[in-house]
Ligand binder design. Structure first.
Ligand code: 0RA
Length: 644
């Protein structure tokens, strides 16, 4: 229980924080790694709010050697005077101990802030074993600390003068140091540096000139990372395009302010064929479900390009308009809006609902994008040529698709000749094994349980879907077999998950470089053309064993390196063979090690973050070798990216 030195109001306060400790998930989503990182976002969001209000241009984040986190900003410093609503508490104590107090009180509060994330630093306090705060304000340095989930340890007190800035003025700012409570974060307190860096990089892009300094003291070799982009979202677009071939060098940019909202936009085109390169943010929050800002941009983009093309005689009067998807092919755009009262909707509360934002973005785009085209006629021409080609490919694809349908109808059941289908017609128990190579395909057919397991052998390397246009894909026999076997169509608009003939689609390829390549190709295809299948968790990777060892006259298979190590520990004289291909096993062995539902281990493929997967595929499959190398190196320690 709280001591009485803070009076009645502090009793309420501590009960408030007690509620957070009882149900942490309500406030930070989970007590796993995501929730653990949320604590850092909470503190850094406050510092970024201070930057957005124009008072802060540097944020230092340090992961301490003992696992704590220290966040320092050079903002105004949390106010230290008595709080108007809690007569016996300073504003700083209120910010640290009252739920939802945040920065939203008094005159100095923020007009525009996250809104969604702003549960407040008090939540961090509630979920930490210890918190230390230092505030530089009014020429003094103040300090206070808390223990055991928000209980005051030392009261706010002056501990000295604040340091001076270079120009002699007194330094202002806030330092928050916290140690998450291990009795709450039971999965462990292990911050992932790359996750922190990704987030701060995004924030640095969205706040031009704001400088992040990041140090991880857990790693003695870690070199300080400084993230600062004076070009803001223009640099963001360039960064996203870095692994792609640019259609031209320029990045367009415009900004517009309304009464209650402001928009900033940057865009460019690459030579690729993807149509999902629009990324949007509202008050610094990634609106992955889109919303009014994206809608406004899409419709004004389509309108502006078609009007420009007709005015310049690039589309004839009798010809049809270009469609939005034609124009968006190869487009990379960042839309960043600030809204006074953001409405976050949708399943994950990441869709912006403010209607007024749509008209602002529409108006800005109609005027300023047109201007940009007029001022950059060569680039405008390149965009139009690309969009016209995309339109042609789209029409060709429609025809090709109709041909496939007609052909499927003629083929009777419409199943590919190479497919050894299963007897069951119940998708929930049916499995499709996609097997690389004819000989492995033969073994798999022999080994399978024909009631529930279907086998589709595929030959060699299928088309690289990242680089191929959809109309070319339809001409590839391996792709056609895949589409027919799964039986649910393809593409963003036409894929119908309910029609999928199997609820497990299992990729079975060798554990070597070629096998890994074909898996990546197949996953790229599913991600691009049958995404609901991935989202539903229907895609799996089979794991044939990596090693075998002879025991008398029989063979023992070992799944992976840990399994081999464990076996070697018990049998010091054992010798191991590395299995190169599925072909080295006969049907019985393949069944026992890889296919038998009682014994096999399948890796379920999930697309937790479409954006991350998108980057994996684009970088791994793209032309830019340097980016690919860099990406593999920086993500090699993350299991998600290992060997897909
Ligand atoms: C409340 C009011 C003001 C600033 C802050 C909170 C504030 C909070 C945090 C948390 C981390 N760094 C921070 N910096 C500032 C307004 C201050 C004023 O009116 O001077």
């Amino acid at each position: 229980m709280p001591t009485d030195s803070y009076g009645a109001s502090s009793i309420q306060v501590l009960e408030g924080l007690e509620a957070v400790r009882k149900r942490p998930g309500m406030y930070i989503g989970s007590t796993g790694p995501t929730g653990l990182h949320h604590l850092v976002w909470e503190v850094v969001d406050n510092a970024v709010d201070e930057a957005m209000a124009g008072y802060c241009d540097r944020i230092d984040v340090q992961v301490l050697a003992d696992g704590g986190i220290e966040v320092t900003d050079d903002g105004r410093g949390i106010p230290v005077g008595l709080h108007p609503k809690f007569e016996d508490l300073t504003a700083a104590e209120v910010v640290l101990t009252v739920l939802h107090a945040g920065g939203k009180f008094g005159d100095g509060g923020y007009k525009v802030s996250g809104g969604l994330h702003g549960v407040g630093v008090s939540v961090v306090n509630a979920l930490s074993g210890r918190v230390e705060v230092e505030i530089d304000r009014d020429g003094k340095r103040y300090a206070m600390s808390f223990k055991d989930g928000g209980e005051p340890d030392t009261k706010l007190a002056i501990i000295g003068d604040s340091p001076r800035n270079e120009d002699g003025t007194p330094h202002t700012g806030t330092m928050v140091r916290f140690w998450p409570d291990p009795s709450i974060f039971k999965e462990g307190i292990e911050y992932r540096t790359q996750t922190l860096l990704d987030r701060f990089q995004m924030m640095a892009f969205l706040n031009a000139g704001l400088e992040f300094h990041v140090i991880d003291h857990r790693d003695p070799d870690f070199e300080e990372v400084v993230l600062r982009y004076d070009g803001g979202i223009k640099d963001f677009v360039q960064h996203l395009n870095a692994s792609k071939e640019a259609l031209f060098d320029q990045v367009g940019w415009y900004a517009e302010e309304g009464d209650q909202e402001a928009v900033e936009l940057a865009f460019s085109w690459n030579t690729g064929f993807q149509t999902d390169g629009i990324h949007s943010f509202a008050n610094g929050i990634n609106t992955t479900e889109g919303g009014m800002h994206e809608q406004g941009f899409r419709s004004a983009l389509t309108g502006t390009v078609n009007r420009y093309a007709r005015d310049k005689g690039l589309i004839k009067e009798k010809d049809e308009n270009l469609q939005g998807e034609d124009i968006r092919e190869g487009l990379t755009a960042i839309i960043s809006v600030r809204v006074v009262d953001p409405q976050f909707e949708g399943q994950t509360k990441s869709k912006l609902g403010n209607v007024s934002v749509r008209s602002l973005v529409e108006k800005a785009t109609n005027e300023r994008l047109r201007e940009w085209f007029e001022e950059n006629p060569r680039e405008a021409k390149a965009v139009l040529t690309k969009a016209t080609n995309a339109a042609r490919a789209r029409i060709a694809a429609t025809q090709a698709r109709q041909n496939i349908r007609r052909k499927s109808a003629l083929d009777g059941a419409g199943l590919p000749g190479k497919l050894a289908d299963c007897q069951s017609k119940d998708p929930s128990e049916s499995e499709l094994y996609i097997v690389e190579g004819n000989s492995a395909g033969g073994s798999a057919k022999e080994a399978r349980d024909p009631r529930t397991m279907a086998i589709l052998p595929i030959r060699g390397k299928i088309l690289n879907v990242e680089r191929a246009r959809i109309d070319r894909m339809f001409k590839n026999t391996e792709i056609i077999s895949l589409i027919q076997a799964i039986g649910a169509g393809l593409g963003e608009e036409e894929f119908e998950l309910e029609k999928a003939r199997y609820h497990k689609v299992i990729l079975l390829a060798d554990a070597d470089v070629d096998g890994s390549h074909i898996r990546t190709l197949l996953l790229t295809f599913f991600f691009r053309q049958m995404r609901p299948l991935v989202e539903a968790g229907y895609i799996y990777i089979a794991q044939p064993p990596l090693y075998s060892t002879e025991v008398g006259r029989s063979k023992i298979y070992l799944k992976d390196d840990p399994a081999r190590a464990a076996y070697a520990a018990e049998h010091p004289n054992a010798e191991f063979q590395r299995l190169k291909g599925l072909g080295e096993m006969d049907a019985d062995e393949l069944w026992e090690t890889t296919m038998d539902p009682e014994q096999r281990t399948l890796l379920q493929v999930t697309v937790a973050q479409a954006a991350i997967a998108d980057e994996v595929f684009a970088v791994l499959m793209g032309d830019d070798v340097e980016s690919r190398k860099h990406f593999i190196q920086t993500n090699a320690d993350d299991v998600r990216f290992l060997d897909i």
